[in-house]
Design a protein around this ligand. Structure first.
Ligand SMILES: Nc1nc2c(ncn2[C@@H]2O[C@H](COP(=O)(O)OP(=O)(O)OP(=O)(O)O)[C@@H](O)[C@H]2O)c(=O)[nH]1
Length: 407
């Protein structure tokens, strides 16, 4: 399952410089010969893959890109300077598509790889070029050719860096809306009932990360193995989980209990996922006076025996959200730096990713098995164990197959 970050831009290569018409003017020479120089070629527009970028966010601020035009030719047979090429950097993995024809111009798959997307215009010819035995004073030149222009669509498949956990109504969508600068669309997604919520968060001018709604992933898992498997990659790639809890539920239920429900769900899905870095984000702080808010924050922390980072925010008022995003960026940067510097740390993380993936896969498989049993009108043994009176009459499960089917 892939999310696609997509932007549309317009690129225009530089026009070629015009050829110059000029004649020598020297003392005592009445009709000097032609000496107009050629123009310079226009600069081209190229796209280059850069491993330091991870989203297309920069292309949301500026959408039109012009390469420099070639300089016009000059007298004394001086050629105009070539326009400079414009090099647009994009993340590795970006696909470049002609927005009008939908033709794929190319995929940038390697750091440093370049593709020309608009060719600079050819230079025009100066009148010196048209001199011949029959025409010694040509007044002919050619103009530079226009540079190519093109509407482009850039697409980048993204995986989420940060996943959100939380009960319905905790404020996950509101949080994503509050902090995202862009919303990648979901590619290749056949299900309409469960659309993962995703956002690209910009921090400062040059840094960004991708955030996704993980409860969707867990609910997705319950929708069927096929869909769940497609979510797996996102789950394993997520570097940080934010557990969003409604501090002021309308039904006056206990926020700590609501938080615990989610933790139980995660544990069932994959116990290893509990080892993933997780921060507690207590939302809807705007609904409470200071005293009550502090009391509830303390209560949740105590009930969960929580020792990790805690953030108290109001997604709707965007209070505390920017500070949280800065912390997230700092965490992701530090993590990336450690991976570079400490091979054991990188190995540990990779092993955890693998464990989460294996556990989640097994969980999805067991869900699928259960569904198949139910369709066949049988109940899995652990559900029977719960129904004690029925169980009295059953055979000893230790002697039988792992799962006992009862019609
Ligand atoms: N007062 C207040 N209300 C909030 C805040 N954040 C979210 N809400 C409200 O809480 C309700 C639920 O928010 P959502 O963002 O839809 O919650 P969600 O977790 O995405 O819920 P699902 O989409 O059902 O999973 C909406 O009515 C929001 O306006 C907040 O910080 N303060």
């Amino acid at each position: 399952m892939k999310f696609v970050d997509e932007v549309s831009i317009f690129v225009k290569a530089g026009d070629g410089g015009n050829g110059c018409m000029s004649f020598r003017r020297e003392k005592f020479i009445e009709f000097g010969g032609p000496n107009g120089g050629d123009g310079g070629d226009g600069g081209s527009v190229l796209m280059e893959a850069d491993e330091n970028l991870n989203t297309l966010l920069d292309y949301r601020y500026t959408r039109r890109f012009d390469a420099q035009r070639g300089q016009n030719g000059m007298g004394s047979e001086k050629t105009g300077a070539k326009g400079e090429d414009l090099i647009l950097k994009v993340p590795v993995g970006t696909t470049i598509i002609d927005a009008n024809t939908q033709e794929i111009i190319g995929d940038l798959v390697e750091h440093g790889q370049r593709i020309m997307v608009a060719q600079g215009g050819w230079h025009g010819l100066g009148n010196t070029r048209f001199k011949s035995s029959t025409n010694r004073a040509p007044r002919q030149t050619t103009p530079g050719k226009p540079g190519e222009s093109r509407d482009l669509k850039l697409e980048l498949k993204v995986l989420a860096d940060v996943g959100l956990l939380g009960l319905p109504n905790a404020g996950k969508s509101t949080f994503i809306r509050a902090v995202s600068a862009a919303k990648p669309k979901v590619a290749d997604y056949p299900f309409t009932t469960l659309t993962p919520n995703l956002g690209v968060v910009g921090v400062g001018r040059f840094q960004n990360f991708v955030i996704a709604d993980i409860p969707g992933l867990i609910e997705g898992a319950a929708e069927g193995t096929g869909l769940g498997i497609r979510f797996l990659k996102h789950l394993t790639r997520t570097r940080l989980l934010l557990h969003i809890v409604d501090l002021a539920p309308l039904d006056e239920s206990d926020p700590a209990e609501a938080a615990q429900i989610i933790l139980n769900e995660v544990e069932q899905f994959s116990p290893a996922l509990m080892q993933r870095e997780r921060w507690l984000v207590l939302n809807k702080a705007d609904q409470l006076f200071d005293d009550e808010r502090n009391e509830r924050v303390q209560h949740v922390i105590e009930q969960l025996a929580w020792e990790g980072p805690v953030f108290v925010i109001s997604a709707i008022e965007r209070e505390g959200t920017e500070a949280l995003c800065k912390e997230i960026m700092r965490f992701l940067d530090q993590r990336a730096a450690r991976i570079q510097e400490e091979p054991e740390f990188a190995e540990q993380l990779a092993a955890l990713d693998q464990l989460i993936e294996d556990e989640a896969r097994a969980y999805l498989q067991s869900l699928d098995d259960r569904r198949a049993l139910r369709r066949a009108g049988v109940k899995p043994v652990d559900e029977l164990l719960d129904e004690e009176e029925d169980f009295e009459d059953e055979e000893d499960p230790e002697d039988g197959p792992e799962i006992i089917y009862v019609r």
